[in-house]
Design a protein around this ligand. Structure first.
Ligand SMILES: C[S@@+](CC[C@H](N)C(=O)[O-])C[C@H]1O[C@@H](n2cnc3c(N)ncnc32)[C@H](O)[C@@H]1O
Length: 262
């Protein structure tokens, strides 16, 4: 993926912070990764000064971003289909400082790496990830295979730098059986990301499974909602939450209202 040559247009942030974002985006090599400040603010309640501070930290992530890009390139994935909002995920976890972060859908681990980097900076909290890997069949990804397929000889999370791995709870298998087991082990969930099987039935299953483990202020995110129809808005309605859509894309989120209507 070729980094954009143009400057990041985030007028409400300081020039210094905008430069940090631009450097991080180039290091990761994903021109789509410009964060959406309004979306992050609506999910966290953060003000401009706090956003400036957390996005200003992205310079510290440059070695991590470079390593993720090199791992993708080394596996022949210049156009990898990763989450479009890695820096938003980092900022959400930095701002909310959750104890437990859960994600369904890892693949190479771009979302995982950014959650892990934020938790490490927070010096508290843990990431629990679930992935049923899709395996690449041959040495080269064929046109008929999904870009999320794990290359031969690698495992889910293969692009996550070693420095971020200590303490990472990565569970391989179907979310249908692993997620109910995982949530029973946790004392609440601060942030959840759905990025695995994008069907209305599966997203509804995951949201229903989480429901009683969320608290006021928990944030629930779902990617590729263009394929999951009414599942996310219907869940939001049942808990009295507002759906926050990230720009014109189909990555959405909600913040569980206080008091939670669970
Ligand atoms: C879009 S990728 C995840 C991308 C990742 N979040 C990132 O930022 O790079 C989706 C992943 O979910 C996995 N998956 C599909 N169905 C699943 C299921 N039922 N349970 C768990 N994982 C599943 C796929 O094999 C794939 O690894």
């Amino acid at each position: 993926m070729s980094p954009s040559s143009g400057p990041v247009r985030l007028p409400s942030l300081s020039l210094e912070t905008r430069r940090s974002i631009e450097r991080a985006r180039r290091a990761l090599g994903d021109r789509r990764a410009t964060p959406n400040l309004a979306w992050v603010a609506s999910l966290t309640g953060a003000r401009r000064r706090e956003l400036d501070a957390v996005f200003g930290e992205l310079d510290e992530l440059l070695p991590i971003e470079e390593e993720i890009r090199h791992r993708h390139l080394g596996a022949g994935r210049p156009n990898y289909a990763q989450i479009r909002a890695p820096f938003d995920l980092y900022a959400i976890v930095r701002l909310l400082r959750p104890r437990e972060v859960v994600e369904a859908g890892v693949s190479s681990g771009v979302s995982s790496a950014h959650f892990l980097a934020a938790l490490r900076r927070n010096r508290r909290g843990r990431l629990h990830s679930i992935d049923l890997p899709t395996r690449q069949r041959g040495a080269v990804l064929s046109a008929r295979e999904s870009a999320v397929a794990v290359p031969p000889g690698k495992e889910s999370g293969w692009a996550v730098p070693e420095t971020l791995r200590p303490g990472w709870d990565l569970r391989l298998g179907p979310s249908e059986s692993l997620l109910p087991r995982l949530v029973r082990e946790l004392d609440g969930i601060g942030v959840f990301l759905h990025d695995d099987l994008h069907t209305p039935e599966h997203l509804t299953f995951e949201l229903d499974t989480l429901r009683t483990h969320l608290g006021a202020g928990s944030v629930v995110l779902a990617d590729n909602t263009v394929w999951t129809g009414e599942a996310f808005p219907a869940f939001a309605r049942t808990i009295g939450a507002r759906v926050a859509r990230r720009g014109r894309g189909d990555l959405v989120g909600l913040r569980v209202p206080s008091p939670p209507e669970l």
